[in-house]
Design a protein around this ligand. Structure first.
Ligand code: CDP
Ligand code: MG
Length: 693
């Protein structure tokens, strides 16, 4: 296949290529590049290994030089002056300009951490962790000293910590305990343009905390809002402040679109990649944007194999993957230098769009899709859907090629297709399931109707959240119940929290703690290997005829008992990091349960107890087998099939099942399914029996 591209010229900021010249040859075409915008840019690091004793000293001076070259460095005084004069500051600057890593250090040096800590929120745990590590390195200290991070189920801070990177979800939970957020002197809400539900809530909560602190004459709470592509007018109006722009420092990026639409974007990406590999200098690293773990791992596997067979030689490419569910140590690998004469290839989700900067990237391949969770209020179902990115995201992605030097971006979609993309992504609050949000607000003592939202969520979404919370027993007549308060204690989706609260009644607390912990972790099965037949065989040992939840429970319980987990996981093609993570989560959930005095009982082999208990939380996720052979979800009546990854796939089709998630690709799939008896529905969730008729 020959992928043909067109040069795109009428974009914004990131592209400096003008005109709309048609590129008839493929990527080997001559590159006419504009002069660089600025001269004081960083050179691509030279990746040849250094073996001398002064390694650390070299690294330090290198880091210092890098820091001084960042655009934010020159704005240090301005930022500090503005923050001195104002309570809130909006800062907008290109990705990679140093906002996340540098601004907290400026604040630290200016004494802002003397009376409280500096908290910086991140939409994703990977970003919080990698950035805390980087900043600790810059300050020549260890994570947990001056700089630390807190993400769900993991706290790497101590009482010495002054700069704390945390996910927005964590700060929100802290607000439940202290609405005034008294331990903080400054809060930086980073990546504000991502507009996650949690961030949107924090805008209102921090704004209110500032107001309350003023009212009670407490120490001021300074707020810094930073973003790469923020709608500064909208934020400015909401916070009643003016924005500040950091001068950008990106290099020109030549943007190419395919001439034809490519349905199989994975294949197109593969062809494009090897074309780049043949024609571009070896030190031009490549970043490929894809939608999720499965396709990323599959393509990574394919690239590694092809590189081995091709005469490109086995050693001249290094393939890295980067997605939210990846184990931490793996996530960090793509930041490390690769040996000389090796091309780094990173396959990532939108995680690499703004919050993370991988050094050395000169070529970007953009598939034009993103996986997005959305909620259908009328059906009451959460959907994981692959959707088109926005035009703002497309430009953000192409900009990743011009961080270190001029670059090139290959878009696997036509220019006409891109013109149909939304201008900017929709704030999550307008499309998300609001059950957890409403519960969190109620636990904070806030009524959704009176909350000062930056953008009000749709009324039907709020209504549907209230209905779900009522069914879960978290609220009664609009007010939070004790069950609701207990549910809010768990850092879990309210439905999973409900499973734990219900488990003692079914006599299966031990099992439910394990299952919820395993469900909170990412895929424990390793499937994409060159020995996938052996992996399938190994996984078969854990299979439960009841379905995926009990299979997962089998894996986790056996893992808990094994004496040599490393060897055992290796032999059974299981992901030890994800299982260790689940074990850690389980311990923390057990701790919360014990504080709430929940009975720690076990149902042994009585698997029905576990299955019945699942119904107490996942009652919106029931599907019934239809005569035609497919399933119909009880809520929303969505037609779907069992996901190919399920142990029940292609085998036995139960009449009635419960699923963890509805995934929509070209078909609707029910992911993680377990057989249940239809009679239990009336027994356990009588409120929904009417839908059965
Ligand atoms: O937040 P913003 O996108 O403005 O930039 P940043 O995350 O503060 O990153 C500033 C620079 O630090 C990046 O351009 C990278 O060169 C470097 N950095 C790094 O090398 N490794 C990291 N883990 C994070 C940042
Ligand atoms: Mg940043």
């Amino acid at each position: 296949m020959e992928s043909k591209y067109l040069i795109n010229g009428n974009g914004n900021g990131n592209s400096n290529v003008n005109g709309n010249t048609s590129l008839t040859s493929n990527f080997a075409a001559k590159r006419k590049l504009e002069p660089m915008k600025e001269q004081n840019c960083l050179k691509k690091p030279n990746y040849s290994p250094i073996n001398n004793k002064n390694l650390l000293a070299n690294k330090r001076s290198c880091i210092d030089q890098e820091r001084k070259a960042l655009p934010v460095y020159h704005c240090r005084q301005r930022i500090l002056k503005e923050l001195e004069a104002n309570e809130t500051l909006l800062i907008m600057g290109e990705t990679g300009s140093g906002k996340t890593t540098q601004i907290p250090q400026f604040l630290l040096q200016a004494g802002y951490a003397n009376s409280g800590i500096i908290g910086i929120t991140q939409p994703r745990r990977v970003a919080a962790i990698t950035i805390a590590k980087r900043v600790a390195q810059e300050l020549a200290s260890n994570v947990g000293d001056t700089v630390g991070y807190t993400v769900r189920f993991e706290d790497a801070t101590t009482e010495r910590t002054r700069i704390r990177y945390l996910t927005d979800g964590i700060l929100l939970r802290e607000a439940i305990a202290d609405r005034l957020l008294r331990r903080y002197s400054v809060i930086m809400l980073d990546e504000a343009h991502e507009r996650t539900v949690n961030a949107d809530l924090l805008f209102g909560i921090v704004k209110e905390a500032q107001h309350e602190r003023r009212k009670y004459k407490l120490a001021k709470l300074k707020l810094v809002i930073t973003s790469a592509t923020m709608d500064i007018d909208h934020f400015g109006r909401y916070f009643n402040v003016k924005g500040m722009y950091l001068e950008g420092r990106t290099h020109p990026v030549r943007v190419l679109h395919t001439k034809e639409p490519h349905e199989d974007y994975i294949h197109a990406a593969l062809v494009t990649l090897f074309d780049i590999h043949r024609h571009e200098p070896i030190n031009h690293d490549v970043l490929i944007f894809l939608t999720g773990q499965e396709e990323i791992e599959a393509l990574a596997q394919q690239i590694r194999q092809l590189a081995r067979i091709n005469n490109s030689g086995p050693s001249d490419v290094r393939v890295f993957t980067l997605y939210a569910q990846l184990a931490q140590s793996k996530q960090l690998e793509c930041f490390l230098p690769v040996p000389a004469n090796t091309r780094k290839i990173v396959l990532a989700t939108n995680i690499a769009e703004t919050s993370i900067t991988i050094p050395g990237i000169r070529c970007v391949i953009d598939c034009g899709y993103v996986k997005e969770k959305s909620f259908n209020a009328s059906s009451g179902l959460d959907l994981l859907k692959t959707v088109r990115i926005s035009q703002a995201q497309a430009w953000q992605r192409s900009g990743r090629a011009g961080r270190d030097a001029p670059g090139i971006c290959y878009r696997i979609y036509t220019k006409a297709t891109m013109e149909k993309f939304r201008l900017a992504a929709q704030p999550e609050i307008l499309r998300a399931n609001l059950t957890a949000t409403v519960l969190q607000l109620l636990a904070l003592g806030i009524d959704c109707a009176s909350f000062d939202f930056i953008d009000k969520p749709p009324a039907e979404g709020v209504e549907s959240a209230y209905k779900a919370l009522e069914q879960l027993g978290a609220i009664k007549a609009g007010s939070i119940t004790t069950t609701g308060r207990w549910m809010a204690q768990f850092p879990l989706d309210p439905r999973y929290a409900k499973l734990l609260l219900a488990a003692p009644t079914f006599g299966c607390m031990e099992e439910m703690l394990s299952l919820v912990a395993a469900l909170s972790s990412d895929n424990v099965f390793i499937g994409h290997t060159d020995k996938s037949d052996l992996a399938t065989l190994a996984h078969a040992k854990f299979q439960s005829k009841h379905g995926d939840h009990l299979t997962l429970l089998n894996v986790f319980s056996t893992f808990q008992k094994t004496e040599k987990p490393k060897i055992w996981c290796h032999d059974n093609f299981l992901n030890i990091r994800n299982l260790n993570y689940a074990r850690n989560v389980r311990n923390q959930l057990a701790e919360i349960s014990s504080k709430l005095n929940l009975a720690l009982n076990s149902c042994g082999d009585n698997t029905d107890a576990v299955k019945k208990c699942l119904l107490t939380g996942l009652f919106d996720n029931i599907a019934l087998l239809q005569k035609e052979g497919h399933y119909l979800t009880l809520s929303g009546r969505v037609k779907a099939k069992i996901h190919p990854s399920s142990v029940l796939h292609g085998k036995y089709k139960p009449q009635c099942l419960i699923f963890t998630e509805l995934v929509q690709t070209e078909h609707n799939f029910l992911r993680q399914v377990t057989e249940i008896s239809i009679d239990w529905i009336e027994e356990i969730v009588p409120s929904i029996k009417c839908i059965l008729k």
